[in-house]
Each structure stands twice: as C-alpha cells, then as structure tokens.
Design a protein around this ligand. Structure first.
Ligand SMILES: NC(=O)c1ccc[n+]([C@@H]2O[C@H](COP(=O)([O-])OP(=O)(O)OC[C@H]3O[C@@H](n4cnc5c(N)ncnc54)[C@H](OP(=O)(O)O)[C@@H]3O)[C@@H](O)[C@H]2O)c1
Length: 319
C-alpha cells in the first residue's frame, strides 16, 4: 500500500503546546516564562484535587493503577479517598495495601463525593449507577473509564444534570506512560475536563476528543498496546532468527519501538519522513520495508484497529 505524506514537516498539535524547559513566550507586551506558567497551573490543579473527595467504584486493574498513582503522587489525600470492589476479601486486602477506605458498598462510598470515578465493567454500569444515583447531584463530577458506555447512558441513569466526563486510558498507565482520550457529556464544562485531564496526566498523556471518536480511541490506543506487543514480540523473534540471544533481541526490539515513538512525540515529525531518514538508497532497510509491504503489514494493522473500534461499540449491552 502506498503511503502519502506532505512534503513539508507539519508539527502535530501535541508539539505546539509542548513545554520546552526555559522557553520564554513573547506575548507582545511582556515576556512570560512558560515553565513557570506550567508549574503554577499544575500546582493550582494539584492543590484543588487534594481538597476533593474522590470515590473510585470498581478498583480492579485499571481503577487500581489510577488510584495507586494518585496516592503515590499525593494528588488526593488518603483520608479523602473511598473505593469499592465486588468481593469483601478483596476490599479488605486492598484497603490494607493502599491505606484508604475500601468497601463493597457503592452507595455509601459515593455519599458526599466530589468526584466519582467509575471503573467497573460496562455490563455492570447500569446496576452501579442505579445504586449510587440518589447520592449524586449537580456538583458531583462523574468520570467513567468504561469502554463503550456513552455519557448520555450515564446521564439517563441519574435524575440531576450531573457533569459527566468519559475517559479511555490504556494499560501503559501502569508505568506512567499511558494515553487517555477524554470527552465531556452534556452538562460538563471546561473546568470538569481540566480536572479529568489532571487526573489522567498523572499516568501519562491526555487528549480531548469528540464523543463520536471514543470507540476509535478505544480501538487504537486502548487496544493498541496488545498490537504493539505482538509487533515487539515478532521483532524479538526475528532477532533470535538472525542469531541474537532472546533477552538481547527483546531489549533491542523494545528500546527501538520506544525510541521511534519518542522521536515522533518529541519532534512532531511525520512518521513517514522519519522512516525515509533511516532508509539509505540501496541499503538494507529498504529491503526490509519491501518485505513488510509484501506481507501487508500496514493494511493488517489498519484492519485490526477498524475491527477493535467496531467491537468497542458493542460491549455495553453484553451479559
Ligand atoms: N484494562 C484496560 O486496559 C482498560 C483500558 C481502558 C478502559 N478500561 C475499562 O475499565 C473498566 C474496568 O476494567 P478492568 O480491566 O480494570 O476490569 P477488572 O480488573 O475486572 O476490574 C473491575 C472491578 O470492578 C469490581 N466490581 C465488579 N462489580 C462491581 C460492583 N457491582 N460494584 C463495585 N465494584 C464492582 C471488581 O471487583 P472484584 O475485584 O472484587 O472482583 C473489580 O475490582 C472497564 O469498564 C473497562 O472497559 C479498561
């Protein structure tokens, strides 16, 4: 498949507002230290969150990753945090480990919360919302990470006009390298998005999208780590085939993928231009690229994301 890319080097949006250490922005009238502005904004939001009462409902894999990050980074004070799970023995163990109140009682946990973070599976979302609805009001910010659950589904389950933010993080959040797509519901404003961004920035990068694109975010960046692991595993396998020890091959493959991704994120250069820079005329890389094209790698990856995206829209109504 032919790839098309512009001749110029368009900088993608995440680089436009990337903060360069020591960068001074000339605003026309005064010189502003961008670093200081960023630090000040982060501090203000951190202070704001530290005063909020947070309830995490469904503290499993993802809820646990998020809550551990918040507590480690002191984003929320442990005494202001409540969490729930389904099983009592899990609640006890988690409460002991995290030093916060963990129970199996969603309604009680949601009582008086400023922020309710919904991390339960899509199929139990309706039941959990019905349980906690009496405790929510227009001042409660509800953030959901459940795949395929639209904001209006949550809004319809509660009587008040509550602000709802929907987020789709991914598992590299475990190591602070996550990617989260965020959108807002009918009653959420810019300030609610800002709170959600701060909460997901604790585990990586964030991007705000229209809700109509949330299944696509799920298919690309939430399922994406699995696709990337398969590519990484295959590269490592290839290293073994050409004589490298498996651990060396895995290290080479993983750091190469991390490095290539970092260059795209740091420079904002188009991946196709970066690929061209590696491809010497009549060199070895072009021979490898020919094999990838013959094996239809591009079209296979595109089809994988398309399938995952359409599947993402189906999860809510499954038992
Ligand atoms: N994992 C991912 O990569 C990922 C990425 C993006 C979004 N998400 C979304 O995150 C959500 C959670 O996924 P997960 O992978 O973290 O699942 P998980 O590990 O199975 O966690 C689900 C948690 O919900 C608890 N739970 C079940 N029923 C409950 C109820 N009625 N009340 C309170 N808690 C209840 C479970 O309790 P027990 O521990 O006691 O069983 C468990 O702790 C899903 O909606 C998913 O779409 C996941």
């Amino acid at each position: 498949m032919q790839n098309t890319y512009p001749n110029s080097r368009p900088k993608v949006s995440w680089c436009k507002d990337r903060q360069v250490p020591g960068l001074h922005l000339n605003t026309g009238r005064t010189m502003v230290d961008a670093d200081l502005l960023v630090v000040k904004n982060v501090c203000t939001m951190t202070q704001k969150l530290a005063e909020k009462r947070l309830t995490v409902l469904g503290t499993g894999k993802l809820g646990g990753i998020l809550l551990r990050a918040y507590l480690k980074q002191e984003l929320f004070a442990p005494k202001c945090v409540r969490a729930t799970v389904q099983h009592a023995e899990k609640a006890k163990a988690l409460g002991k480990e995290l030093g916060v109140a963990v129970t199996t009682e969603n309604r009680k946990a949601a009582q008086g919360a400023d922020i309710v973070l919904l991390c339960v599976k899509p199929k139990v979302m309706g039941e959990v919302l019905r349980e906690i609805a009496p405790e929510l009001n227009e001042k409660t910010l509800v953030i959901s990470v459940a795949a395929s659950v639209p904001t209006n589904y949550i809004e319809q389950h509660v009587t008040a006009k509550i602000p709802v933010v929907r987020a789709m993080p991914n598992t590299p959040s475990t190591v602070g390298c996550g990617m989260t797509g965020i959108c807002r519901g009918a009653h959420a404003g810019a300030e609610h998005l800002e709170i959600a961004r701060a909460m997901f920035s604790a585990v990586g990068r964030t991007v705000v999208v229209d809700e109509k694109n949330m299944d696509a975010v799920t298919g690309l960046s939430a399922s994406g780590p699995a696709f990337a692991y398969i590519i990484l595993e295959s590269l490592a396998e290839a290293g073994v085939k050409v004589g490298l020890a498996r651990d060396v091959a895995t290290l080479l493959a993983a750091q190469t993928m991390k490095g290539a991704a970092s260059v795209v994120l740091e420079t904002g250069d188009h991946p196709a231009l970066l690929k061209d820079a590696v491809t010497t005329p009549a060199g070895c890389t072009i021979d490898g690229i020919l094999e990838l094209e013959e094996g239809k790698l591009r079209v296979t990856l595109i089809k994988a994301v398309v399938k995952a995206t359409s599947r993402a829209g189906e999860l809510l109504f499954e038992k």
